[in-house]
Design a protein around this ligand. Sequence first.
Ligand SMILES: [Zn+2]
Length: 484
Amino acid sequence: MKQGRVKEYQMKINKTLLIALFSLLASTLYAQNAAKYVFLFIGDGMGDNAIYATELYKKTLEEPLALEPMAMNQLSVQSFMVTSSANSLQTDSAAGGTAIATGVKTTNKVLAMDTTLQFNLETVGEKAKKAGYKVGILSSVAIDHATPAAFYAHNKSRHAYDEIALQLLTSNFDYFAGGGVHNLGNIKDKKSFAYQLDKSEYRYLTSAEEIKNLKKGDEKIVAVNPGTYSGIEYYWEIDKPKESLSLAYMTKKGIELLDNEKGFFMMVEGGKIDWALHSNDLGSSIQETLALDDAVKVALDFYNSHKDETLIIVTADHETGGLILGSSTSKGLRMDLYQHQKISEQEFERKLDVLKKLKRKVSFEEVLDSVATNFGLGSGIKELELTDLEKEWLQVTYKKEFIKGQEINPDRDYLDQSSDKNFTERVIIIMSQKTGVAWPTTDHTAARVPVKAIGVGEDYFKTSIDNTEVHDIILKVMGIPNNK
Ligand SMILES: [Zn+2]
């Protein structure tokens, strides 16, 4: 080798060595800063006012509950996030979940696929799994529902529940928990979830005992809360039966199962906050938000003993209901009055349906009694007294729904308003008026949502972000290449 060539060769080696040394240094630095544990909490539809209403409500509870601010409000960074999808400023949960999970905006109703529906978008869960982390996906609604599905499934329709559920079984994720799948199907049918589950490594657990007995190292688990409607979604927090396992419990169990040398990524969704807000049922939304907050508290406790290696993010996929706190018709905001609401809008509707099916005639007084017992309206509490006009307004619907053939046409402006509303919806409207809240819509809005964070990489959330940035930030702090 000629001397010039030798020199060139040595320089090349030096350069290679230098690059190797530099990347080693960079990866060491990266590793030092990397988050080993990442929790992502998504309150579906949980706008800032839904959280603030919950905080105000909590302050009216008895001590010691009243003294401690909500866990999510204790996170050190409190910022905002834009939630638009590729085709609308008002995203749905599928596109909202996709943006958060994949860092790419897609069309409403689409799960982790691009807008041309040609390509699957790899999710943060899939990337974390490939990088050696354990992955958990939790929700209080069906585990094949839009938000959780956006982290493991790829489908042009969020409603293709059977296909989505099968993708859960091929996800290779370690822990699914909360609600079950929509259709277990027939185990003899090769295309069914039941058949494929049987052939897979996953265990589908539906009893509290089985779930409580799970131990560190147990993998490929689908833990379905025994307190669910038909094995699908959680009972409303406000109505939940004793056997129900909370989202907080499932989160705690998740930490136990997923903890390992490499670390984990866990997404926890409070799915029924959105459903309550769609019904403009703030009393139920408050309880669902508190349940999610209890799960955040579990993560915060974990963070306190793993401060240098944990990141907690709390956000929402969009706002629902356009909740207004302090409406012009109210005498002031009274979140404390929700302590008298003992039932969800949906469960009250069910109760009324039972009454409607009775063979005997159910009197208006009897229905009003039920309103008093379940909402405190007309029960003697001063602020919740029903005016004659309100009673009349309820009676119109009572007659329509309970006494066939006695339907009367409302002849006053007040009665004409919301004439499409049924009895339960009217009770909820009156409740909102008494507590001082108002709702311009029962749908999603384009409002920015809160994003809250604490731990490794929390600074990335200090400025208002786009929903696509959550994915990018998580990968950055976990030290996973972002090849989107
Ligand atoms: Zn949603």
